[in-house]
Design a protein around this ligand. Sequence first.
Ligand code: ATP
Ligand code: MG
Length: 349
Amino acid sequence: MGSFRQRVFSGVQPTGNLHLGNYLGAIKRFVEIQESFECIYCVVDLHALTQPVSVWGGPKELARNTREVTAAYIAAGIDAKKHIVFNQSQVPQHAELAWIFNCVARLGWLNRMTQFKEKAGKDRENASVGLYAYPNLMAADILVYHATHVPVGEDQKQHLELSRDIAQKFNNDFAESIAEAGYEDGFFQLPEPLIAGPATRVMSLRDGTKKMSKSDPSDLSRINLTDDSDEIVRKVRKAKTDPEPLPSETEGLATRPEAMNLLGIYAGLTGQTVEMVLKDMGGCQFSAFKQALIDVAVDKLGPIGAEMKKLMADPSHIDSILVDGAARAEAIARPIFDDVKKIIGFVRA
Ligand code: ATP
Ligand code: MG
């Protein structure tokens, strides 16, 4: 005991408007690392509830969006047979461990979370308790599987650090009991974030200083995975730029967030670094660069959007993937959570 398999866990919320940032920062990476890890990919429906109902859209939308994220996973190339794809609410150990973590994490830790501040906005008194405790549930999502690696976009880095703090505090608080249960090096291993590549933080097409987000009221701010080629053309053409041609070195991008963003997107879609793109495109006018970006975006996203539509036409097939995945996920989570109960001292049969 005490040795951990290399296991990946990550998730996407079913909050609608899946976009290019979700693809480049998360889903595309999920696909790539399937070769090297055992992977668990979740549709985190419990997390969706942390926002007001008007944002996640109510029961029908939640179900639809849950299936849509699943369709995006499969269409992008995740193998749900070899790995695990499921929705969070079907595996009760997530919420149960989250309660325990509510009692491990400190108020002071959560008070520092920038996502809560951004999402709660000015009307903090009116934010849900769930939005505040979101990072504790996220820690439970990861640790209930003893996951070792977590591919996420840059915006989730702080939450991952909190997951590590929670794992560490649990290991300390219950050190004696953990050792008695036969775990020599602590019960939870500290999970490693996997945040890499040129597009870990894709920005809004309308404002290079704001994250591309599902909840931005302007549809022009993002490219959705279900956008058709006409919409992609329109959005890229309207994307904010500056009057200068592209520089030939990355240093020239320091004060040009919109140029940096479009280059990061291009690099992410073509599997290059921004440096490599600038070698080819340095000196180009935006009009020419945007055309190249449109071509590659249509080429890469078109087939994914088309496959998502096909999959969405058969909801019962999607549901069967989720049910099968949930059973396999719970088979991993249950024994780990049973050990948590034993370690804490909950009396059980
Ligand atoms: P919401 O506004 O509802 O939080 P979101 O777009 O942030 O939506 P999430 O479901 O919270 O999407 O995040 C899913 C994954 O996508 C996470 O790993 C997150 O880090 C990543 N991600 C989200 N937005 C971006 C972005 N703009 N660039 C890169 N990665 C992103
Ligand atoms: Mg988010």
